[in-house]
Ligand binder design. Structure first.
Ligand SMILES: NC(=O)NCCC(=O)O
Length: 382
């Protein structure tokens, strides 16, 4: 039994940690039985919430149902590549089917969902997982998009067959008619820890596109791009209402940052964010080092899942499991984006011209930082 003061304390902690949506704790919603049965049968976490907005007199509510999928790999990394890919597709399908049965309108998968995150190894054999934007995984998802009239964000390792077969880290946006609406290529490539992605692909060349779908305006900020506030800003300036952050990141490196950065972006840019991280520990055949003098190892560390949604009003959902595959669903009234713009006025108070000016000076080789020195420091040096 929870005693009344403990319950009041719990509510207060929840108010501060998860925020309030329209003045209330975020409500859970019930999904159809068929979705729960799939989650039991295929052993994935399943949770669902509802972000509401205030009623308006001129606009109808614009409620969309959005899903995020996190998954571990399905077979050891020593299995033939084709088999590994097929097995991941199989397990992801059960979660997309649950989303389809729940009437999800837009869904996003995790970064490079169709392969182990093998970039830690720097071995080029993993390039074989790459596909053109209309390759096997896209075709597989196009069928599901048509079946469920669902927009699907499909982050893959792309092989650009028209441009010298180079590789990119790319999200393919599949429309609800199964068409390819467009692509976005990861803007910021990490050079931290074992994230040796720069060995495989370069910084993206697609800018900050926003994709206008029949359910709303969406954008994709791939993984490490979440540490770059200007990247978030640019998607907002182009009018995004929901930005997805498909990721692959491990506990020791980034877990304390995970609940903060996307949520801050949702607040600062008045849009919803869906953050997805893969799950599990992926071991590779050959050990590698991290260039830090520590012993060689053959796994990347634990990918901690914990996918969640953040809202422009600073509320957020609880996170999915740290250990299990999962489908997180949330209804969101997109009217909330404009309501928060009107409330806080960040777009009006942003003073972009100050920053445009500073950045244009900073980019010049003769830039001098604006530092005003305490004259006493000069005297102490004499
Ligand atoms: N996939 C990726 O960009 N990971 C970088 C590490 C991080 O941003 O936490």
């Amino acid at each position: 039994m929870i005693i009344p003061t403990a319950y009041a304390n719990l509510q207060e902690v929840s108010r501060i940690l998860l925020g309030l949506n329209c003045g209330k704790p975020l409500e859970r919603i019930l999904l159809p039985e068929v979705a729960s049965s799939l989650s039991t049968k295929y052993d994935f976490d399943l949770q669902a919430f509802y972000f509401c907005a205030d009623e308006e007199s001129l606009r109808q509510p614009r409620v969309v149902r959005v899903g995020l999928i996190q998954n571990s790999i399905a077979l050891p990394t020593t299995t033939p590549i084709n088999e590994q890919k097929k097995a991941i597709m199989h397990k992801v399908k059960s979660m997309i089917d649950a989303a389809g049965a729940s009437g999800v309108n837009i869904i996003c998968l995790q970064e490079a969902w169709m392969m182990p995150f093998a970039f830690c190894t720097r071995e080029k054999r993993w390039c074989e997982f790459s596909e053109p934007i209309d390759g096997e995984c896209t075709q597989f998802l196009q069928d599901l998009a048509r079946k469920y009239s669902m927009v699907i964000v499909n982050p893959i390792l792309e092989r650009d067959v028209k441009h010298g077969e180079v590789l990119w880290n790319t999200a393919v946006i599949i429309g609800n008619n199964g068409n390819i609406i467009g692509i976005h290529r990861k803007n910021h490539i990490p050079r931290v820890g074992d994230f040796n992605e720069s060995t495989y692909y370069m910084e993206g060349n697609t800018g900050h596109p926003v994709f206008e779908t029949c359910y709303g305006k969406i954008a994709v900020n791939i993984c490490y791009g979440r540490h770059h506030p200007l990247n978030w800003l640019a998607f907002g300036l182009n009018g995004a209402e929901i930005v997805f952050n498909p990721s692959a990141t491990v506990g020791e490196l980034s877990e304390p940052m995970w609940p903060i950065e996307a949520r801050n972006a949702a607040i600062a840019n008045s849009y919803f964010v869906g953050s997805i991280n893969r799950v599990g520990t992926e071991a590779f055949p050959n050990p590698f080092t991290s260039g830090d003098g520590k012993p060689q190892h053959s796994d990347f560390g634990h990918f901690y899942g914990s996918s969640y949604f953040s809202s422009p009003d600073a509320s957020c959902t609880p996170s999915l499991s740290r250990y299990r595959d999962g489908l997180l669903v949330s209804d969101m009234d997109l009217n909330l984006c404009r309501q928060l713009k009107d409330k806080w006025g960040f777009r009006m108070t942003a003073r972009y011209e100050l920053y445009a000016d500073l950045l244009s000076r900073y980019l010049k080789p003769d830039f001098i930082p604006q530092v005003i020195e305490d004259p006493y420091l000069q005297k102490q040096r004499q």
